[in-house]
Design a protein around this ligand. Structure first.
Ligand code: SAM
Length: 177
């Protein structure tokens, strides 16, 4: 199965804390294995660590010093880079090719204006529709299309587990407080 990392660029310290945390939460829940970010705040790492401990998985938030080097290293190791942008090719017109390629993927999402270089360095510039919306939504839809919805049934083997219910909150606990 292809392995997926998310590269969050343009994170503004403090101001983007909540959005970047949600990018990480979506990445984790929808089948990626790490998020790379310049200026990763300790609070983001702590939040994700606590989520992992309680809900399962080894999702990693890794601080990097330079996103260009991270993209180059990814490509050098044989992976492909997908940049999510409203200017790109519609996801439904390219997702089959990306999936069939089967290469590990780095998915780049921005915060504020994304440098031109990112468009050039990426193997695919992909839009989730051609309207402006959000990096959190764009990432969720892309991963859902990529994994064809299968990630929503993934077992995380955490200390707590929700038993789906149409009416009640049913949670099974395995030694967690
Ligand atoms: N105005 C910025 C620009 O021109 O690069 C984008 C800011 S937007 C709030 C933040 C990020 O959300 C973008 O960098 C992109 O990754 C993602 N995004 C927003 N709308 C999108 C869309 N329709 N398709 C794909 N990604 C989108």
């Amino acid at each position: 199965m292809m392995r997926v990392s998310v590269l969050r660029i343009g994170h503004r310290f403090v101001r983007d804390y909540r959005v970047t945390t949600h990018v990480a939460l979506v990445a984790r829940a929808f089948g990626a294995e790490r998020m790379l970010v310049v200026n990763a705040e300790d609070d983001i790492k702590k939040t994700i660590k606590e989520v992992n401990e309680r809900w399962g998985s080894y999702f990693e938030v890794r601080e990097i010093s330079n996103w260009r080097n991270a993209i180059r290293a990814w490509k050098d190791s044989g992976g492909k880079v997908v940049h999510l942008t409203m200017y790109g090719i519609n996801v439904d017109d390219i997702i089959g090719e990306i999936r069939n390629d089967g290469k590990d993927l780095m998915i780049v999402v921005g915060a504020e204006k994304v440098p031109r270089e990112v468009y050039d360095m990426s193997d695919y510039n992909v839009s989730i529709g051609n309207q402006p919306h959000s990096e959190i939504a764009a990432l969720a839809v892309f991963l859902d299309r990529l994994f064809e919805g299968k990630q929503l049934k993934h077992e995380f083997n955490g200390k707590v587990k929700i038993v789906p219910s149409g009416k009640d909150k049913v949670v099974k606990t395995d030694g967690a407080s």
